[in-house]
Design a protein around this ligand. Structure first.
Ligand code: CO
Ligand code: ZN
Length: 328
């Protein structure tokens, strides 16, 4: 699975510009699917036909990643920018970003600031692509870029940009590949624009009309120095969401995940996340309501260029989803 994860995290795909990552994922799933389609907003929907005795189930992971977007290019060719999704100015300092064509920019910080002890604002940062002026600057207003950082596997820890949520995409792809027989009609949704509006999962779920939906995404941990207390740790198993800022997981979905984990002896944790949400929050509000929950992969340093997950948690997420799909 490592090579699959490497190829997913190193592909470009900020919210709203998911063409490249969609093509990468499509190539990985096509031969295992009964149907592959692209929804009007760009989400990739991959259907695996069940034997007919089960439910219609959506498993959703988002393809998009956080990034930055050029707002203005000055006469010297330096680009000002805003953020796509939740990005802190702190994580931008010293970073390199890459545009859709692979062109790389360095994030610079204005030297003359009133109080240099304060966290800088986005207005005080700029992207330097090495241009000599506005006219020869190859990047333009509206161009999007993502952070660049190589994938690293160290022991059981995997480190990369865009683990949020390419690790969820990898879990879905691997689940599809290993899924042999299932009573359920399973729709693997690789959604667009989760980081900005949750719009891809919302609209795909509307068209599918599922009986049940599970988002597979990352969640924070409480196992780093002086962090916000949270009962989730790296390497202790996938986390079954109870609640986050956007939703309370449907009890039936939460209990299904817990029950199947217990039966199969798969380690799991319970997640109460006090910041952020996932596609599940949007999916549960589609049509008359869809019982929805979330299987979360514990992840340190979310929305930074170096997000860290544990390989064991990733493998156990695949195992747990297969248990969910195994029986009606
Ligand atoms: Co995110
Ligand atoms: Zn995410």
């Amino acid at each position: 699975m490592r090579e699959l994860i490497r190829s997913l995290v190193e592909t470009y795909g900020p919210s709203g510009a998911e063409e490249q990552i969609r093509a990468t994922i499509r190539a990985e799933v096509e031969s295992f699917a009964d149907e592959v389609r692209v929804d009007p907003l760009g989400s990739l929907v991959v259907r695996k036909q069940g034997s007919g005795e089960g439910k219609r189930i959506v498993l959703a992971a988002h393809m998009d990643e956080v990034g930055v977007m050029v707002t203005y290019v000055d006469e010297k060719g330096f680009a000002r920018f805003t953020h796509i999704g939740g990005v802190s100015p702190l994580t931008c300092i010293g970073a390199r970003v890459a545009f859709a064509d692979g062109r790389v920019g360095v994030v610079g910080l204005e030297e003359k600031r009133e109080d240099t002890s304060k966290v800088p604002k986005f207005e005080q940062l700029y992207i330097d692509v090495g241009a000599t002026g506005r006219d020869d600057c190859p990047v333009h207003v509206g161009d999007a870029a993502v952070f660049v950082r190589p994938f690293v596997a160290q022991g059981t820890r995997l480190i990369a940009k865009a683990m949020d949520d390419r690790i969820g995409c990898a879990v879905l792809i691997e689940t599809l590949r290993r899924l042999e027989r299932t009573p359920h009609d399973v729709y693997f949704v690789f959604s667009v624009q989760e980081e900005t509006t949750l719009s891809g999962a919302r609209t795909s779920t509307y068209s599918i009309e599922p009986d049940l939906a599970i988002a597979v995404d990352v969640t924070g941990t409480g196992d780093t120095p002086e962090c916000h207390p949270m009962a989730v740790e790296l390497g202790k198993g996938p986390a079954v969401k109870v609640q986050d800022r956007g939703m309370i997981a449907h009890p039936s979905v939460r209990d299904l995940l817990v029950q199947r984990a217990k039966e199969a002896g798969i380690p799991y944790q319970l997640e109460v996340l006090e910041r952020g949400t996932t596609d599940a929050a949007a999916m549960q509000l589609v049509r008359a309501g869809v019982p929805s929950g979330c299987l979360s992969i514990p992840c340190r340093y979310i929305h930074s260029p170096s997000e860290m997950v544990d390989e064991g948690d990733v493998e156990n997420s695949v195992r747990l989803l297969l248990e969910v799909l195994r029986a009606a």
